[in-house]
Design a protein around this ligand. Structure first.
Ligand SMILES: CC(C)(COP(=O)(O)OP(=O)(O)OC[C@H]1O[C@@H](n2cnc3c(N)ncnc32)[C@H](O)[C@@H]1OP(=O)(O)O)[C@@H](O)C(=O)NCCC(=O)NCCS
Length: 177
């Protein structure tokens, strides 16, 4: 994509990331969530990506560590959230670029699966499927249709289980407007 670079976030980007999240969500809750994840054990710096264009941050996507509890084992998987693009830059493919790059990085790092809570119509285009179809539950207070999963390592999601989001995410649902 012309003039857009996707790369891991750095300390100098934090203010720009706040602006993107507050503008895209039209409130501050998601920006606070991003900061809270960054200060939690779930944070993986190289998997929090920015889209940079014309010397400013125009998009952001965070992935962080979460757990999949299955009958005989618990495994680390990734959760994707939040993601945002400046309203002035939306509908130009920047969100898609961020997701595509994020999936590539997740595979490179050897994560076996990714979960996202979001718009089914948006994420299914990248291969995400409804979690309930894989008999996967989730410990967040959301509808089952909103939970989508992508398998990166074959067979990981064949045993069902429960996706356990970290405490920082529950605080978000308890306090978000
Ligand atoms: C969702 C978002 C990240 C998409 O970024 P983007 O750069 O516009 O995405 P792309 O250009 O790659 O794709 C645009 C397509 O996404 C889809 N899309 C955008 N918002 C959507 C929504 N709320 N629900 C379903 N699909 C949506 C549309 O099909 C759109 O196609 P169009 O351009 O033909 O209308 C951006 O609109 C945003 O920041 N929204 C507000 C914050 C948000 O809701 N984040 C997602 C939380 S799950």
């Amino acid at each position: 994509m012309a003039n857009i670079t996707i790369r891991p976030e750095s300390f100098d980007d934090l203010h720009g990331i706040d602006i993107v999240n507050i503008s895209a969500f039209e409130e501050e809750d998601e920006a606070r969530l991003v900061t809270a994840i960054r200060h939690s054990p779930a944070y993986i710096p190289e998997l929090s990506l920015v889209a940079e264009g014309h010397d400013r941050i125009v998009g952001h996507l965070m992935m962080f560590m979460t757990q999949l509890e299955q009958q005989e084992r618990n495994i680390n998987i990734l959760a994707l959230a939040p993601m945002s693009v400046l309203p002035s830059h939306s509908h130009r493919g920047i969100g898609s670029e961020l997701v595509t790059k994020a999936l590539e990085q997740a595979k490179n790092q050897g994560f076996p699966a990714i979960v996202v809570v979001g718009y089914p119509d948006y994420y299914t285009r990248f291969g995400f499927k409804p979690a309930w179809q894989k008999e996967l539950a989730c410990n967040l207070p959301v509808t089952r249709e909103a939970v989508l999963v992508l398998e990166l390592e074959e067979g990981t999601l064949d045993r069902g289980g429960t996706i356990i989001y970290p405490p920082v995410f529950h605080q978000f649902y308890e306090t978000a407007h």
